[in-house]
Design a protein around this ligand. Sequence first.
Ligand code: FES
Length: 574
Amino acid sequence: MSAPSKPPRRSQAWFGRDGKQGFYYRSWLKGLGLPHEMFDGRPVIGICNTWSELTPCNSSFRELAEHVKRGVYEAGGFPLEFPVMSLGETQMRPTAMLFRNLASMDVEESIRANPIDGVVLLMGCDKTTPALLMGAASVDLPAIGVSGGPSLSGNWRGQPVGSGTGVIEMSEMVRAGTLSQAEFTEAEACMQRSKGSCMTMGTASTMACMVEALGMSLPENAAIPAVDSRRFRLAHLSGRRIVEMVREDLRMSKVLTRRAFANAIRANAAIGGSTNAVIHLLAIAGRLGVELTLEDWDAIGSRLPCLVNLKPSGQYLMEDFFYAGGLPAVLREIAPHLDLEAKTVNGRTLGENIGEAPCWNRDVIRPLDAPLRPEAGIAVLRGNLAPDGAVVKPSAASPHLLRHRGRAVVFEDIDDFKARIDDEALDIDEHSIMVLKHCGPRGYPGMAEVGNMPLPPKLLRRGITDLVRISDARMSGTAYGTVVLHVSPEAAAGGPLALVREGDVIELDVPGRRLHLDVTDAELARRRAEWTPPPAPARGWSKLYVDHVQQAHLGADLDFLVGGSGDTVAGDSH
Ligand code: FES
């Protein structure tokens, strides 16, 4: 029996042409100094680069791309690097998340429109990872992820300082009067010591772990520091591998199956990963038509322990995590809970990849029988305050607040919060529940990371460090506290959150997965009749976004971007 015939190389629809069209497609590229044989049908590998000085976390990506190219050439491929919109988490206003779906469109259309057979996704800073995975998934070519890696551990006056987490801790100390502004400023340069993404288990590190757990990268991708030579070796090997993947026609959809997402959800619990992963994985699955729901996060991952002792849930930083064995050591530890047959981009199964992965530091990566937290993951809450769900990360919460009933202190929006939180006359105590509205996908277009509201100074001075906080916002992966997020539907969409009033009693029951507003249905109906939606943006991307963004429990993708259009493109450019 003859071997099944491989589909013709996609790039040959450009480069394999005679006549005027072929001349156009090849000639301009020859202007880069390329010999004719580069167009002979070898795999053309796009290197999708999110380098930008405005995304300092991704600022090593030019060098990273060069190492990918070495591997591509070595394996007989033809690399072509291209830029896409970069999303710098710390610089973009109002929030980088407003542009995740826009960047994903850029990625999708750039891949589909060009003579590319396979793609290497260079990603790092928080939103660049989901944006590239979402965009590439909607085209579904062979693709491999290469994360940029975390920066070196922050250190200030001999103490470790974690990206984001350290800022939150120290800014609360400034507000409580225990740290001076001068000391706070000095710490800035001590935190980010090198190129690379946040070195806590924040969203960037979480998403890099998700890439590896999903099988979308080579093993060890998640934790190698950005400036470590082994990061560049991994890029080199990924370049080599993507050429083979094109030859094997190993497309994204063959790797990103439901079993891969289930593995990633379990891995997220074990690493104490960011709540942002919930929204991003739902959106990526939506592009591929993989059945994945908010409930899956609770059903699949919420009873698993957190093993990784990294800030914000624990003590260490990503560099320590890498030296301890990184994600392979964690996956090996939770292997009894994983689907080890899930396929990965290197052609091996997840089980084959993790094999006998060693752990070199049992305080950083705890064993399954002596975890950092016995039950971690994401708890999904429901109730009359969140009919479509809300999430909380128990491993980052205060145990004594996981069951709590308290009086609501309500902030109508982020401006109201900023205007009143430092007011000594604010009627709030340690039993109160802070409620923030209008910070969901539509309300604060993009759903900013403001859900972990800073506490009022008068409580901080009394040594109170946590309160129950509830909002339709997101929270930075580097943040912590008893913070209920992603309340859906959001206030701006007319969700019950919009109806909460000062002094209402709210009941949070994380073990019982309940979030209840203790107000009668009749009273809520009366308030709803008085409710009017907030004004929407008038033009541009913000308008398109607000008109089409889905709610958080669906992944906050645009409704018309869910699914994919494949790799077929009609028409010639000349
Ligand atoms: Fe870029 Fe954290 S701000 S990774």
